[in-house]
Design a protein around this ligand. Structure first.
Ligand code: CDP
Ligand code: MG
Length: 746
């Protein structure tokens, strides 16, 4: 097959082209016996899936699509969720476009971006199956801290954030021939930045093509932005969906959702159910309760398979959403049902066939940023009308369906915004600005944003990066900033890593950073009860994994185990203890089980750590530790952490509560902390907004260190009046005096 692959073809060797050769045409018809990509005979499964694929709406417009792609550099494609955009379009491109480099020595790739990690993984697996190749070979995926692709990869699904990272080292994205920006309607931060970037890259690379895909009609906005690029619409094949509203507002949407599931299961004809909830804990809780309530009904009802879906679910569990519903217990008995309880992922990113009933409580977790107090939080907030529409659409994929909105019609009309605000208008932009600077985009004000962020938010980001030393006073990237931008972490964390050798503790800071940035996502606890006021749980963007397992039946034992790891000076050091214990016990899963720590999360942290070590090595950053028995061992670690996090400090006031420094917000230590005292000063990782504001993952630091390590930030001439200021004044005086004494001794 090597000759087949090396065969010279024109840039756009469209399938029907007789010059393209019968062999190629046959490959597309599926009658060919040999797989063009790996030279192996096609499996029966390949042929079965192919028949199904051919029924997808996009197949009817394949020729039209390829022609439009041939004629244009940029193309916009809009199609209802489930019409086959994500899985089929990149394959069409692959069949039709010559991906060899002009010198014929290498292959270039097709990229397809996804805002969500789960979608990148799940869809690439599906496409590998459809192409009858192994995942990670011809078809791969790449998400933060996990690259499942190889030199053979020709089609790569990757998160939009990863493509942005690749642009940092490959500014013209030269490894790609065609880039598909999928789920563009989600308007994630990374996708929005890619829009502006790619517009520029396209000008410099006439051979590159861009396909922008979206599930909603807002695409006309994209058209305007991309200089009138042609818009292709794929009509969905949506069956009618009947919409029901509640008469009165629901006090507790979780309870209402569970009740509705049970009612549907008891009363409605067969068909699977999809419930939209907001996050992992809520979803797991709902799954448990649904199982319980259904089992209480005994055999008056059919069997159910309740499956959760959220971003941090292990891949094997994610596959379960595609399994069929259980059959009725006895012939002619009440129907069995699959009940999928999902976050927004199932709104447009993943299509689950067979859904007939949708339950939409009207909430989703969304990023909200307040530049004034520099707090970014994930808040459970009402969805938009556009989202509600997408959600209900999921019920009509295979037959007429029903959507139960757990809010009133009046609320839908009056309270929901037409569209979700793009993330760029609601996020902390420090990381984005650092990336843009690294990409050589200096003039942020004139960068071609589809929706320009608020000037205040940009200013805040520049300010933060300047305080961290990543940008100089003219806004230019410093040497430190260059290195920081290479870490796929928040700037505060990269700063702490880069300076950690100076504090002689880079090994430990690496472990802590890995623990904090595990890829398993958040562990928000719901602090408020669920009710008409959405349960707000959340924090800084960094999503911290759940390290500790606390099974219902063994809560006491679990708490005791956790206490054994506890470090009195703070949660970061507790995490370090857990990591060290894990390594000392040879990463043994049964040790994890016995000690109530999450093995999967630790394994993933270990993997993250290895990758961070490689980046450290690239910049000759020394790996070192202080002597464990020295008094300075933990002191050095705490100082290094402060060197990155000096803007996330809270001070204990005489009144007994904490105020965040400079912003003067009242906060409380999160009950999960491991401290045995209330330190005067703490650094924190997360700001959890609930009925009370909590700071979580906190560590005790000394006021003197603020003066020593971050005098430029703790510059009192530019400091609001408060108790902390008075304390700092004393500390500065004390330091002055010490210096004088030292001088006079000399
Ligand atoms: O991107 P879009 O929403 O237009 O559709 P898609 O994700 O390409 O999915 C098209 C179809 O592929 C779905 O309706 C499913 O029938 C099928 N599919 C599947 O069976 N298993 C997957 N993991 C993904 C898609
Ligand atoms: Mg899709």
């Amino acid at each position: 097959m090597a000759t087949e692959r090396r065969r010279k073809v024109s840039l756009f060797d469209v399938v029907e082209d007789p010059g393209g050769g019968a062999k190629k045409a046959k490959a597309n018809g599926g009658t060919d016996l040999i797989n063009r990509w790996n030279g192996k005979p096609y499996s029966q499964r390949y042929r079965d899936i192919l028949e199904k694929r051919k029924t997808l709406p996009v197949w009817h417009q394949k020729d039209e699509f390829l022609q439009a792609l041939k004629d244009n550099q940029t193309l916009i494609l809009v199609g209802e969720t489930g019409s086959g955009k994500t899985t089929q379009i990149p394959q069409f491109v692959l069949e039709a476009v010559d991906i060899e480099t002009p010198d014929k020595r290498r292959k270039m790739m097709i990229a397809c971006t996804q805002p969500r990690r789960v979608a990148a993984m799940s869809v690439s697996r599906r496409v590998a199956e459809e192409m009858d190749v192994n995942i990670g070979e011809e078809v791969g995926y790449s998400i933060r801290f996990e690259d499942c692709s190889s030199a053979r990869t020709v089609l790569k699904y990757l998160t939009d954030g990863m493509l942005l990272r690749e642009a940092m080292t490959d500014p013209l994205l030269e490894r790609y021939k065609v880039i598909v920006l999928d789920e563009a309607h989600e308007r994630t931060l990374a996708t929005d930045v890619l829009f502006g970037l790619l517009k520029e890259v396209l000008r410099n690379r006439p051979d590159l093509k861009l396909v922008v895909m979206s599930a909603t009609l807002e695409a006309e906005k994209f058209q305007g932005y991309f200089n009138g690029a042609p818009l292709m619409k794929v009509p969905g094949r949506l069956h009618p969906v009947e919409i029901f509203y509640t008469q009165e507002p629901e006090r507790d949407y979780l309870e209402a959702a569970i009740r509705t599931v049970v009612q549907i299961h008891m009363c409605e004809p067969s068909g699977d159910i999809l419930v939209f909830l907001t996050g992992e804990e809520e979803i797991e809780d709902a799954c448990r309760k649904i199982n319980k309530e259904v089992s209480n009904l005994g055999d008056q009802v059919g069997p159910v398979k309740v499956v959760p879906l959220y971003s941090t679910l292990p891949p094997a569990m994610q596959q379960k959403i595609f399994e069929p519903a259980p059959p009725p217990l006895k012939e002619g008995g009440p129907p069995g049902r699959k009940i999928v309880v999902s976050t927004n992922i199932a709104e447009t990113s993943l299509t689950i066939d067979g859904i007939v009933y949708v339950i939409d409580p009207g909430f989703a977790k969304q990023v909200v940023y307040n530049p004034r107090v520099r707090v970014e939080s994930l808040l459970v907030s009402p969805i938009s009308k556009a989202s509600a529409h997408q959600r209900s659409g999921r019920a009509g994929r295979t037959q007429p369906g029903k959507c139960f909105r757990l809010y009133t019609e009046k609320s839908f009309n009056n309270d929901l915004q037409p569209q979700t605000y793009p993330e760029i208008l609601r996020s902390n932009l420090a990381n984005t600005v650092l990336t843009l600077k690294k990409l050589g985009i200096d003039d942020l004000v004139h960068f071609d944003f589809m929706d320009p962020p608020a000037p205040e938010t940009l200013m805040r980001a520049l300010e933060v990066l300047n305080y961290l030393g990543a940008l100089d006073d003219d806004g230019n990237l410093t040497k430190l900033g260059e290195i920081m931008s290479e870490f796929p972490l928040d700037p505060q964390m990269s700063k702490m890593l880069v300076v950690s050798p100076e504090f002689n503790c880079s090994n430990e800071i690496l472990s802590i950073s890995a623990m904090l940035s595990g890829t398993l996502g958040s562990s928000h606890q719901q602090l408020s009860s669920l009710g008409s006021m959405p349960p707000v749980g959340m924090h800084h963007r960094i999503l911290i994994p759940n390290w500790f397992v606390r099974p219902r039946e063994a809560q006491k034992a679990a708490d005791e185990a956790k206490a054994r790891f506890g470090h009195i000076d703070g949660d970061h050091l507790t995490l370090l203890n857990v990591y060290h214990a894990y390594k000392q016990n040879n990463e043994d899963p049964s040790w994890c089980y016995d000690n109530f720590v999450n093995h999967r999360a630790l394994k993933s942290a270990d993997n993250v750590r290895q990758q961070l070590v490689r980046i450290m090595a690239r910049f000759n950053l020394k790996l070192c530790s202080s002597d464990f028995n020295s008094r300075d061992y933990y002191v050095n670690i705490r100082k290094a952490m402060l060197a990155g996090n000096f803007m996330q400090v809270a001070h204990l006031e005489r009144t007994g509560h904490y105020l965040t420094v400079k912003d003067n917000q009242v906060v409380h230590l999160h009950p999960s902390n491991c401290l045995d005292h209330k330190p005067e000063w703490v650094i924190y990782n997360e700001y959890v907004l609930t009925s009370r504001n909590f700071i979580r993952t906190v560590t005790d630091i000394r006021g003197e260190w603020l003066v020593d390590i971050a005098p430029h930030y703790y510059d009192l001439s530019n400091f609001p009046q408060c108790e902390a200021k008075r304390v700092l004044e004393r500390l500065y005086k004390k330091r002055e005096k010490e210096k004088e004494e030292a001088r006079s001794r000399k």
